[in-house]
Write a protein that binds this ligand. Structure first.
Ligand code: SF4
Length: 198
């Protein structure tokens, strides 16, 4: 007589998928917590607030977005007066300078002394230790999740391939603007040519 399967031990495919999704959620929570702690330590070490550090990192990463006060505020999800106050403090510390752009915009430029605060990158170090195939799978998976979060209104700013009107998917990935197939490793997270999909 073969093994007896007890129904209470059977896990449906839906249940299993739900459990994996919950584990991914828990893992992302741990990563987010670790990033928050790391940023707080980095900010404290350099005498910065977390927002001041975020402004430095966003400006250092380059465009997009244009480093204007209004676009930085939108990118970081805070008000323009809050960003202005943080930038004035960073300017007093000699880490950035404000550059007026007529008629009414102000750009934020990184000073050379602002760079050392950005050298610590433990998450890049950890990711670079993964097998290349796993790195590609994680990149694609993260971009699919970001696209879902944009669809359901959780995220308002994303300049990724999978949220772009120029992206086509037919088994693989294709950019009609660049007229190029995109390998998973080519997928962009912050593309200057990105235009939101309808
Ligand atoms: S324009 Fe940029 S973001 Fe859009 S599909 Fe092409 S490479 Fe990706």
């Amino acid at each position: 007589m073969g093994p007896v399967l007890r129904t209470e031990h059977l896990v449906s495919a839906d249940q299993q998928t739900g459990e994996i999704a919950s584990k991914i959620d828990a893992a992302l929570t741990q990563l987010a917590r670790a990033r928050q702690i790391q940023r707080q330590c980095l900010a404290t070490r350099h005498g910065l607030s977390p927002l001041q550090l975020d402004i430095l990192m966003t400006v250092a990463a380059g465009e997009p977005p244009e480093p204007s006060i209004s676009l930085l505020a939108r990118e970081l999800g805070v008000s323009q007066p809050t960003v202005t106050a943080a930038v004035i403090t960073l300017e007093r510390k000699g880490l950035v300078r404000r550059e007026p752009l007529p008629p009414r915009r102000t750009l934020v430029r990184l000073e050379p002394s602002g760079q050392p605060a950005l050298a610590d990158r433990p998450f890049v170090d950890a990711a670079s230790r993964l097998d290349p195939a796993l790195q590609e799978a994680m990149l694609e998976g993260a971009l699919v999740m970001i696209a879902h979060l944009v669809d359901n209104g959780t995220l308002s700013v994303a300049r990724t391939c999978l949220t772009c009107r120029f992206h086509r998917s037919d088994g693989g990935h294709y950019c009609v603007l660049l007229d190029l197939p995109l390998a998973r490793s080519d997928l962009r997270v912050d593309c200057p040519e990105h235009q939101p999909a309808a």
